[in-house]
Design a protein around this ligand. Structure first.
Ligand SMILES: CCCCC/C=C\C/C=C\C/C=C\C/C=C\CCCC(=O)SCCNC(=O)CCNC(=O)[C@H](O)C(C)(C)COP(=O)(O)OP(=O)(O)OC[C@H]1O[C@@H](n2cnc3c(N)ncnc32)[C@H](O)[C@@H]1OP(=O)(O)O
Length: 184
């Protein structure tokens, strides 16, 4: 990992989003807004095209340097399976201590994507079906795994599950389609 501060920034940004998500009314809200706008203007000056950015593009950083998805720390990545831990911060809270339902397919898409990338393929998600088996808790280390069910030409049929110990939180099935040469 390149120690240029971006791992720390990603972690700080996640912490900030979790703090925003759990804060009540605060008397410093205007100061916070002013600070955010100041940093927005500074960062806007160094806007880069896709391919030259940090966020989501740095494979040497945890979570590729992005905070869009829940934390996913892969432990095994092969061309046929991925295994790792997932962690939903407060930012991903829906209600009653459970993760927002839409964040589950988001996590699965990310996890499936690692298999496609490991295969050296440019691929896109054609469909992603999620079964919600049990509420997904916030702030708990969860186990996630995904695997290739079968490959048919450019079609990669994938499956995954997310567990809290013995409890299955969610399962998913997806079709990734490998892009034709020259496809945008
Ligand atoms: C944006 C790509 C990102 C990829 C990763 C990039 C960088 C790496 C970064 C990080 C790595 C780590 C993690 C990655 C993180 C996330 C990955 C997320 C990936 C995505 O989140 S990506 C965005 C969402 N995704 C779309 O934005 C797709 C919009 N869409 C299309 O771009 C086309 O639609 C496409 C390409 C899907 C197919 O187009 P096409 O022209 O290549 O092929 P065609 O239509 O001929 O279909 C070929 C065969 O698939 C069958 N087929 C197609 N669609 C089907 C469906 N829905 N249901 C059942 N069967 C289906 C046909 O029936 C035919 O089957 P058959 O050959 O048997 O007749």
């Amino acid at each position: 990992m390149t120690d240029d501060g971006y791992a720390e920034l990603t972690s700080a940004l996640r912490g900030f989003l979790d703090a925003v998500a759990t804060a009540g009314p605060h008397d410093q809200v205007q100061a916070l807004t002013d600070d955010l706008r100041r940093w927005t203007a500074i960062l806007a000056e160094s806007r880069q095209e896709e391919g030259k950015r940090v966020f989501g593009e740095r494979f040497d950083l945890p979570d590729r340097g992005q905070t869009l998805t829940p934390v996913f720390a892969p432990q095994v990545v092969t061309t046929s399976k991925v295994e790792g831990t997932a962690w939903f911060g407060d930012y991903f809270h829906g209600s009653n201590g459970a993760a927002h339902g839409g964040t589950l397919p988001l996590l699965f898409d990310e996890v499936f994507g690692h298999i496609a990338v490991e295969r050296g393929s440019r691929a896109r998600t054609a469909y992603l079906h999620t079964d919600f088996r049990s509420v997904t808790p916030i702030g708990v280390d969860l186990q996630v795994r995904a695997w290739v069910e079968r490959a048919e030409g450019r079609k990669l049929f994938l499956a995954a599950d997310l567990r809290d110990g013995e409890v299955v939180c969610a399962e998913a099935e997806a079709l990734f389609v490998l892009l034709r040469d020259g496809a945008p």
